[in-house]
Design a protein around this ligand. Structure first.
Ligand SMILES: [Zn+2]
Ligand SMILES: [Zn+2]
Length: 345
């Protein structure tokens, strides 16, 4: 089969012809129909993240059709449309059994530690497959597996309850999903903070209240708009110490700040003014869980989560085109979301 693979750090991905993977009794072989090209893939290609053994097929946002199912597989069958949870865990340890499989010591991510979806086929444990309803395209299904899922997990970590207010810092793919999901979970008001007018406009189209942090102090604006109360839940989706601090400072009494963006610089906060006085919390949110994905897919099916505008370019399984997209992501020259789409020849 054809697979577009990482050969070495900092090198362009290369098209290789490799054997179709052999599956075990509890695995499925999936004919890949869509694989999202994610910003993380640019980091992987550049060598900024520890990878599985090279060469390796990238691609962690995958949807397709079950081609073959192992003898012991009961949750899906051949021919079924599925999308794939990207974390493969042992399924048996204390964390896996508690449903927190991202802490499994044996966790491996597809397209990062094991071969991913930039290929004609992928083999995964059947428990990683979630049925994909006909109403959702393969492209949308694939992209749901990363940013949208992570946004839903962050809202769960923030323990958002109906009627509460939310502030979302950063209106990228994560932020836009978070805005819609917060509304779907019953948030009364969602404030969207960014500095780019087009992102803020998009946020308002999804009923968020835009706050242009390039023109006004985001924290003061949130305080003003909430009549001094601050928000119940604030999400940081950018990964900058300044916005992390603002996320914490925009909280009200018993507020929860959820940090999703990654930064190497420590976060400084005034503990009395921002935390103790409000009994506020700072919560880390990492990835998402298998059990959250069926909920997310159902939200997309019911159109309370609209991802139709996420995918803006479809490209074939072609090394040159994929490398070009990764270059764009690397250089921030073009932030449209591309998905590798494969139809039958
Ligand atoms: Zn991704
Ligand atoms: Zn485990």
């Amino acid at each position: 089969m054809k697979a577009v693979r990482m050969i070495g750090p900092g090198m362009p991905l290369q098209l290789q012809h490799i054997p179709i993977p052999v599956i075990g009794h509890e695995d499925i072989l999936v004919r890949v129909r869509a694989a999202g090209i994610c910003h993380s893939d640019a980091h992987y290609r550049a060598g900024r993240s520890g990878m599985g053994s090279l060469p390796i097929t990238l691609g962690h946002e995958v949807a397709g059709e079950v081609e073959l199912a192992g003898r012991l597989v009961t949750n899906v069958k051949a021919g079924e449309r599925v999308c794939l949870h990207y974390n493969i865990s042992c399924g048996n340890c204390q964390h896996c059994k508690a449903g927190n499989e991202q802490f499994c010591a044996a966790v491996k991510m597809i397209g990062h530690h094991v071969d991913g979806g930039y290929a004609e086929y992928i083999a995964v444990p059947a428990r990683n497959a979630i049925p994909l309803p006909d109403e959702i395209s393969f492209e949308e299904g694939a992209t749901l597996m990363c940013a949208s899922a992570t946004a839903l997990h962050a809202l769960h970590k923030g323990r958002l309850r109906a009627g509460e207010t939310v502030a979302v810092f950063g209106v990228g793919g994560l932020g836009l999903s978070a805005i819609q999901l917060a509304r779907a979970l019953g948030a009364s008001e969602v404030y969207a903070v960014d500095i780019k007018p087009d992102k803020l406009e998009l946020a308002s189209e999804y009923q968020a209240i835009p706050i242009d942090a390039g023109r006004a102090d985001a924290v003061e604006e949130i305080r003003r708009l909430t009549k001094g109360r601050g928000v119940n839940v604030a999400l940081e989706m950018i990964g900058l110490p300044a916005t992390m601090r603002q996320t914490v400072e925009s909280l009200g009494v018993l507020g929860r700040a959820v940090i999703v963006g990654i930064s190497q610089i420590p976060l400084e906060v005034h503990t009395y003014q921002t935390l103790i006085g409000y009994e506020a919390e700072i919560i880390g949110s990492n990835d998402h869980l298998l059990q959250e994905l069926p909920v997310l897919i159902d939200m997309a099916r019911r159109k309370v989560l609209d991802t139709s505008r996420v995918v803006s370019r479809r490209i074939p399984l072609d090394a040159e085109r994929i490398n070009q997209r990764l270059d764009d992501l690397e250089n921030f020259t073009d932030d449209v979301r591309a998905v590798i789409v494969q139809q039958d020849d």
